[in-house]
Design a binder for this molecule. Sequence first.
Ligand code: GLY
Ligand code: MN
Length: 525
Amino acid sequence: MDRMANTSDTSTTETATPATSASEETIRDTNRSTTPGSEGFKSFIGSGWAAREETLPPAREQAAFAAERRAKVSAAFTGQRLIVPAGDMKQRANDTDYPFRAHSAFAHLTGWGSDSEPGAVLVFEPTTGGHETTVYFRERAGRDSEEFYANAAIGEFWIGARPSLAHVAADLAIATRGLEEFDHVVDAVDTATLVLREADASVTERIDHARIRFAAEQALSTNASDAPFSLEIGGSHEPDAELARVLSELRLVKDEYELAEMRAAIDATQRGFTEVLEELPRITAEVRGERVIEGVFATRARLDGNDVGYGSIAAAGPHATVLHWTRNDGPVVPGDLVLLDAGVEMDSYYTADITRTFPVNGTFSAVQRQVYEAVLEAADAAFAVVKPGAVFREVHAAAMQVIARKTAEWGFLPVSAEESLEPDNQFHRRYMVHGTSHHLGLDVHDCAQARREMYMDGVLEPGMVFTIEPGLYFQPDDLTVPAEFRGIGVRIEDDIVVTSSGAENLSAGIPRTADEVEAWVRGAS
Ligand code: GLY
Ligand code: MN
């Protein structure tokens, strides 16, 4: 497929004449087929289309939840203009891009997920009563525009119809405006304007330039010698970082809509895991069987949701000792374990994050089972401490008690379990270098900009969702463990919600014990 329609070309022929100059532009043009540019063609392609009937949709379910979240942001930033971009397309190579995925803060505050428009921006404009919130986006072009048929990046002929301003306003229950009107927001930038810097580099740069212009105008009119804020283009900016922090912390406690989406993501993930097991004959027959696992799971993610929530880890045999093995190009051999760490992301962008480790032939060897049951014990110990009022890092500490005890019992540590658990020792961490838990939601590692006192040292509250994912990994060349342990990697990862009285393991329905896992593999393949 040639995506290189060229609106700037005014020739009426299919292909531009090769030029003698070898500038990058002409080289590119030489290989382009271009859209005819004659007035006759334009008028022909711009007419003869049936009128579009537009029925406005009712507000989507999450619209009311997004409005409540915006109200909290508004209350936290009285009198300040806030700019939260969705982000834009990101280049993969030459003229191809990665699939678009809006920034999670934008999705959280608008309810716009997989159908959101690249380049959109949410603006909180301060008013006397709080803020007026508006989503700016590039609405669809008329069929009489060249964009309609000749713009491969955004034209309807190329990427499908874009929604109208009225449609999105009804769907999200929020005011909408065309993206060209965002220029007025940039013109109004002052010291009380904050931008979520990481979401869209081009928007951030525009805001930084506007700040410099504003500061220069202020300096001229007041003879002030000090700039009122940082004037560095692309640099860090404390008040902006505060906006990122508040938006991240706002996501620590999930509302009812978010919990329902996460349950749906976990259900879809369970389906995907079972489908992987059903394909074990094909998986073991292929030289790159791990790729089949990745593909089978990805199919389920695309069928039930938007995509996978992160690169699936399909790690067979010794690859399971590589914590983020996403190359997934190895064979899957009977007798080995497979560690599958994968999650379906729904169209709302909420994702599951589940790991199961299973024996390819349906039976754990004695040593595989020994490791598996130690990890399960660590997971259960961590789950047991989860309740409102507990501190997040205590969950990890509970898992580490078990990991230290087991590895000491097996004779792998140079000291006792108690000594190993002392902060300056931690020798057991050789076999589990990662943490036990992270918050989960729109991002697989959700709320990453929350302050330490709200996250790692944070007190658990009902509605918080996080993973419990202890593991044990014995590298193939680790001489501190007996040969039969080498090359074994086991992780068990569940998604947990804090309830008013304790906790619920949202993924408890996915087989967890060694016996359940064996039965699951045998029953599916
Ligand atoms: N599921 C991958 C991770 O949590 O890092
Ligand atoms: Mn995880």
